[in-house]
Write a new protein. Sequence first.
Length: 141
Amino acid sequence: MHDRHLLAPPRRLSLGTPGPTNRDHGPSVALVRDPHLTRFLQREFSYLGHPLKLVATVAEISAWSRIEAPRPRMILVSLDEMEAVELCALRRLHEGGWNGALVALSRSGIMPALRAALGITTLLTPPFVQDMFADLLHAAE
């Protein structure tokens, strides 16, 4: 992925419009292996005042989805770098009782049948622009 998909104009701060900061929920969890997208997510979630935990494996995502409290309300996964066995493990998240939002990031999209089977609530494709996660965080709370 090239940085051109992550470009955005300078952010203007607006008084009286803070990002979602509900501390009753755990951090969002992200499995993203592309370094440019990782940095973009870190900047976005930092700006929104919402913690983001980066993980390296689907097993770590599963562990976060099973903790008692606070459980993550949103899990983000970059499908472009995932192998088939990892996709199968993602399907077990909802089967294990986790009921948060599973957000997929993909340059090429995903077939509707696979999206439904994995329980993906939102699919995002480039360009990834600033503030695109604010509405998703509000909806997940």
